[in-house]
Design a protein around this ligand. Structure first.
Ligand SMILES: [Zn+2]
Length: 394
């Protein structure tokens, strides 16, 4: 299994200049290699291969001080990239498709270099990254851990709209998921809390989401006040776009942490099917997060399945009004935070009750025992009654 781990780099102004210069030098080498291939083909009718070009690299570096300062293996890698684009070209010609000759690159668009980890790009003990040919070391934001079992072969340094990143393509051993005890749980995307679990746990809406909601409104107001098309309007629009991108990243990181935590504690998840009701909960901090519930369920499904579990989406209609203990309808307004059943006396957080109903709607096996273990005497009583009526029906 291969996974890509991308981390943001924070070069100083001087380092950014050095990295930009390095991209420029590599871009020149790329174009020179491309040019040589075309030239050779024109003059001799023979195609140059990777080894023809790689064997010249030493001689080229001997006379080009700029190239000589940078990583040798990364330049070999670049020549492989040229080779690859040629092979792809010839393969297209052979298939008779639209061929698309390999293109010369412009410095503006040439924005990545592949390194061998430990050669042109090294991980330092202090968590920074060293690049051959660049003074000092780069600050990295390690927002998640690289798996300890990972073998780091190659790393790609890239520039993307003024941001710099390093990506590691990590090969992970295919380990069959260990057999785990089935631990199903229901999740309600809550009204007052962020999510509520049928186990009774609720997750509060994070502070940053509230701040982000306020920040977004501030940026939007500023944009609306300015004359459309003016210089100040363009600046406000750019600021809003940058702010939105930051929030989107924050959201993504947050959802990763949340789903990872959930998959550590449970194997099977019953969630509401967003296609049925959608989310129309007008709380402002929630608006920031609402955009990512689809992502949340997708991450949850992927992580749960990786761990040998599953996610089931159920029709959420009625789950907030029904009593999870006796099944009676207990109508409540949005402002009512508690579920207080007048029929059986079951009391719970409103969203926890909904999450329990969501779990009850799922088809997970062994549900009874797990609900029994995690819930109140009232739910246990209901499950017992259901068991009796099921037996009666047979
Ligand atoms: Zn009840």
């Amino acid at each position: 299994m291969q996974r890509n781990y991308r981390f943001r780099l924070y070069p100083t102004a001087a380092q950014e200049l050095a990295l930009t210069g390095m991209l420029g030098a590599f871009c020149d080498l790329y174009n020179a290699a491309l040019h040589e291939r075309i030239d050779c083909y024109r003059k001799t009718g023979r195609s140059l291969g990777y080894y023809d070009q790689a064997s010249q690299l030493k001689a080229v570096r001997a006379v080009d001080d700029r190239l000589a300062g940078f990583s040798f293996s990364a330049q070999q890698q670049l020549l492989r990239r040229v080779d690859k684009s040629f092979r792809a070209f010839f393969a297209r010609v052979k298939r008779g498709g639209k061929a698309g000759f390999p293109r010369f690159q412009t410095k503006r668009r040439f924005d990545s270099i592949e390194f061998r980890v430990g050669d042109g790009l090294t991980l330092k003990k202090d968590g920074r990254i060293g690049i051959t040919g660049m003074a000092g070391t780069l600050k990295v934001k390690w927002h998640r851990m690289l798996p300890t079992s990972a073998k780091l072969g190659h790393a790609i340094l890239s520039r993307n709209g003024g941001h710099w990143h390093v990506s590691f393509l990590v090969t992970l051993p295919d380990v069959p998921a260990p057999a785990r005890e089935l631990t199903p749980v229901g999740i309600d995307v809550g009204v007052s809390s962020l999510i509520a679990l049928s186990s009774g746990r609720t997750e509060p809406t994070p502070q940053w989401a509230k701040e982000a909601a306020a920040g977004l409104r501030r940026h939007q107001r500023r944009l609306a006040r300015r004359t459309k098309g003016s210089g100040r309007w363009k600046k406000a629009r750019r600021d809003l776009a940058r702010y939105s991108r930051r929030i989107a990243n924050q959201r993504r990181d947050f959802m990763h942490k949340l789903t990872t935590g959930l998959v550590r504690q449970h194997t099977h998840f019953a969630v509401e099917d967003l296609n049925i009701t959608g989310l129309s909960r007008g709380m402002l901090a929630k608006d920031v997060l609402n955009a990512s519930w689809g992502l949340f369920f997708q991450m949850l499904r992927y992580k749960a399945e990786c761990a040998g579990g599953a996610v089931e989406a159920v029709d959420p209609r009625g789950t907030s009004q029904a009593c999870s203990a006796c099944g009676s309808l207990v109508p409540k307004a949005l402002s009512e935070r508690r579920h207080d059943c007048p029929h059986c006396g079951y009391q719970a957080d409103r969203d926890v009750n909904a999450a329990q109903n969501i779990l009850l709607k799922s088809s997970f096996p062994g549900l009874g025992s797990s609900l029994r273990a995690q819930s109140t005497p009232d739910v246990r009583a209901r499950l017992a009654r259901e068991a009796v009526s099921l037996q009666g029906a047979e």
